[in-house]
Ligand binder design. Structure first.
Ligand code: DAK
Length: 258
């Protein structure tokens, strides 16, 4: 059996590829477990500076595995939901930036998986949506909260309550996708962004990510206090000495991530 999630390295970038194209990378329990393992491996690899998540074939992921879900008992559904939440929370909590390279369908749990990444790049042929209400379900992997935070409550409500899909250009317009690429250029574009990140101060990048994430859930005063503390913290790093020193000396910095 092939791995459901391929876990490769492109230099300092971890490239995770969901690899169940015949089922449009539907998120089965086995797929979510494979994703969790791959994320744990990335979390334990200090050489990784950024992560790109994509799908094999014509889908990023067409959602939770409907066939598997249709046969679940309530207890199994609860365990399945926990598995999805845990794996997406682990993705979101990675200290390195994560980029969803949405190559095709990103529906239901697939859209929610993209939303658990820091930002989304998409193929011009991608399709996004939260079609769960059409199945008599609601988004179950964080979509009701993460989508509204990303695109605003009104667009999130329209997508979730109508269950209608949107094309890539609309996703770009509402801020769901940051950039669009021709299909063949998508991965290269996402890896290039990862590489740009990889060349910056690693501690600063991960602290900035964490402060933005925690600040988003806090009131503005608390968010500012978090930023001030973190700003002081990064001043104590070798990377800060190297980065500012290199600027003054007019040379490229060599960050060590310390
Ligand atoms: N699950 C399982 N198989 C899927 C699938 C899915 N989500 N999506 C596609 N497939 C399979 C199809 O069954 C088909 O398999 P074969 O018949 O070839 O064996 C194969 O992938 C190719 O799909 P199609 O033949 O349908 O391809 P088309 O190009 O005609 O259509 C499509 C593509 C993406 C428009 C269509 O496949 C589609 O509508 N798929 C379902 C999309 C969807 O509704 N996604 C949302 C799933 S619901 C929860 C936790 C989480 C969730 C809910 C609750 N808790 C427990 C609290 C999340 C729910 C969801 O994500």
């Amino acid at each position: 059996m092939t791995d459901l999630v391929r876990n490769e390295r492109r230099g300092a970038i971890a490239l995770l590829t969901l690899d169940r194209p015949k089922a449009l990378n539907a998120l089965s329990s086995a797929m979510l477990e494979a994703l969790s393992s791959a994320i744990a491996e990335v979390a334990g690899d200090p050489s990784v500076r950024a992560l790109v998540l994509t799908g094999e074939g014509r889908a990023f992921a067409a959602g939770a595995d409907i066939e598997e879900m249709s046969a679940m008992t309530a207890l199994q559904a609860e365990a399945f939901s926990r598995l999805g939440h845990d794996s997406f929370a682990a993705l979101e909590a990675l200290s390195v930036p994560t980029i969803a390279a949405v190559n095709g369908f990103a529906l239901g749990g697939g859209c929610e998986m993209a939303l658990a990444c820091d930002f989304i790049y998409a193929s011009a042929k991608a399709t996004f949506g939260q079609p769960e209400v059409g199945l008599g379900l609601i988004p179950g992997f964080g979509g009701t909260s993460r989508l509204a935070r990303r695109v605003g409550v009104a667009w999130a409500k329209e997508l979730v309550l109508t269950g209608s899909n949107i094309k890539a250009d609309e996703a770009l317009r509402i801020g769901l996708a940051n950039r669009l690429f021709e299909p063949e250029a998508l991965l290269e574009g996402a890896l290039a962004a990862g590489q740009t990140i990889a060349e910056k101060g690693p501690v600063a990048v991960s602290v900035a990510k964490r402060v933005m994430q925690e600040g988003q859930d806090a009131d503005v005063r608390t968010a500012h206090a978090l930023e001030q503390n973190a700003f002081g913290l990064v001043f104590a790093t070798d990377d800060r000495v190297e980065g500012t020193g290199a600027f003054v000396a007019k040379r490229d910095p060599e960050f060590k991530g310390q």
